[in-house]
Every structure is written in C-alpha cells, then in structure tokens.
Write a protein that binds this ligand. Sequence first.
Ligand SMILES: [Zn+2]
Length: 62
Amino acid sequence: MEETFYCPDCSSKLERIYGCGSDSYLCNTCRNLISRKRILTEKDMVKKVVELVAKKLNEKDI
Ligand SMILES: [Zn+2]
C-alpha cells in the first residue's frame, strides 16, 4: 500500500511526482513543491492534531 503524505503548511494531501532518481511532492493548494524532509506522514498528522487538541483544552482551563 502506498503511503500518503501531507503538506506541512496547509495539511493537504500531496501529489507524488516521480523524477529521475528522486521523488518530489507537490501541494495543489499551496502550488508548491515540498521537499522530502518537510513532508508529513499520516503519523505526523495524527501527532499534530493531538497536539492542537491538547493545546485547545489547555487554553480552556485558563
Ligand atoms: Zn500546502
């Protein structure tokens, strides 16, 4: 099964572009190429969402 990657800026799904030797990832929303180092995996996305929810809950307590 192919992995899905997400944009670090807008969290959209990235389109994989096969180049010669190295793959690139394109965000259709930002219209930007995202380097492999910056792309988010599904795991990263879950982590990000959990962190956001935790942050919001903390804000409510204050
Ligand atoms: Zn994007």
